[in-house]
Write a protein that binds this ligand. Structure first.
Ligand SMILES: *Cc1c(COP(=O)(O)O)cnc(C)c1O
Length: 389
């Protein structure tokens, strides 16, 4: 869990990352950084974290050999890291558990978070219920309207969902409100951030708690194949499941690291450097520097920015980033369901889609590890609509 991630003391990954926030918030983040450094490798803290992962999340989850898909494509052997089997159905809970334990160590009894489609809000509300913490979720008015069921889910779990009416009533406005709350109430309140984005130290915190994915998969593939994979493939929204899936392979130069984005939100492949939401990274922007609207069928990938560590990994040519189309994603969604009996989240179907493109061109003894970041139950109604059933 302690993989160093090449970050400077000021929170830079190469030229990316950093802390671009008002002075008041800077102080609050510095306090968070001190606590994170104090506890991140503390044996007692890690023991508690690992116990929750085992007893509540259900880790370690399997690395499943996708035998039928492999045979059908006729090339590399495909393994699926099963984050879809975690409690709440995705990788987000790994980070939420870690941050909530850190919150408790810092003496916070109130947790706040922002959410767009609601997935991070639900994961946060889940862990708050279990830990008996007060939970406030900021959500744009427009997102609340579109994600009624997730709002109800959060309320069932005991969270208060605050409708943000400012601006466009979207994710960005919810982030602003949550940050204001954090600055005002930092002594009692912890801001639980959901992806590998945001000002330092959040990208490092999220990396730390998601690294469990590759810690497990590396051991599992060595047991099953006796060798490291030729490539690890993960979808990229803000970049948390991908950084977790890559982390323990970064020093293994023979393993390619491949991040997959929607063509409609291709931050890594088409973005340029900019400061957005308090940190510097690649970003989709217009000539005036405003973030461009994105429009992915996977709500979790619908973000014009990306975690700073991915920008560095790209610039250093350590990781590659590619895009897939909506049609390829829908095809992959159906194909994995039919061949393996696993309905993937639409986000994860991006990683499957790219895998399907490259596996058949590889040798039969090649090995691919694909991060199945979440399950697709949440997406079946949407796919039904999109495929005209
Ligand atoms: C939220 C989400 C993502 C995208 O977020 P990252 O931070 O890029 O991992 C991907 N897959 C699933 C299932 C999600 O819920």
């Amino acid at each position: 869990m302690t993989k160093a991630n090449n970050v400077t003391e000021e929170g830079f990954f190469g030229e990316f990352g950093g802390v671009y926030v008002p002075e008041q918030l800077e102080k609050v983040l510095a306090r968070l950084e001190r606590s994170f450094q104090q506890f991140k490798d503390d044996p007692g803290f890690l023991k508690e974290y690992e116990e929750y992962l085992q007893e509540y999340v259900g880790r370690p989850n399997p690395l499943t050999y996708a035998e039928r898909l492999t045979r059908k494509l006729g090339g590399a052997r495909i393994y699926l890291k099963r984050e879809d089997l975690n409690h709440t159905g995705a990788h987000k809970i790994n980070n939420v558990i870690g941050q909530i334990l850190l919150a408790r160590k810092m003496g916070a009894h109130r947790v706040i978070a922002e959410t767009g489609a609601g997935q991070h809000g639900v994961a946060t509300a889940t862990a708050c219920a279990m830990m008996n913490m007060e939970c406030v979720i900021y959500m744009g008015k427009e997102d609340i309207r579109r994600q009624e069921l997730n709002v109800f889910r959060m309320e069932l779990l005991g969270a208060r969902v605050v409708s943000v009416e400012n601006g466009g009533g979207r994710l960005k406005d919810a982030v602003d409100e949550a940050l204001n709350d954090f600055v005002e109430n930092y002594e009692t309140t912890f801001y639980l951030l959901g992806s590998a984005v945001g000002p330092h130290p959040y990208p490092s915190i999220v990396h730390h708690f998601q690294a469990v994915i590759s810690k497990e998969s590396r051991q599992q593939i060595l047991e099953k194949e006796g060798r490291l994979p030729d490539a690890v493939i993960a979808c990229v929204g803000g970049g948390s499941n991908a950084i977790g899936a890559f982390s323990h392979y970064i020093e293994d130069k023979t393993t390619r690291l491949i991040g997959v984005e929607p063509l409609e939100a291709a931050t890594m492949t088409q973005g340029t450097a900019a400061v957005l939401h308090g940190f510097r990274s690649l970003c989709l922007q217009d000539e005036k520097g405003n973030p461009l609207p994105t429009e992915s069928i996977a709500a979790g990938l619908d973000y014009p920015g990306v975690g700073p560590e991915h920008s560095m990994l790209k610039q250093a040519s350590r990781a590659e980033y590619v895009t897939v189309t909506k049609q390829e994603v829908l095809h992959a969604f159906q194909e994995l369901s039919r061949t393996e009996g696993i309905i993937p989240a639409l986000e994860s179907a991006h990683a499957i889609a790219h895998t399907m493109k490259i596996a058949s061109g590889m040798e039969e003894n090649a090995v691919l590890v694909v991060n199945l970041s979440g399950r697709g139950d949440k997406d079946v109604a949407e796919v039904k609509k999109l495929t005209n059933h």
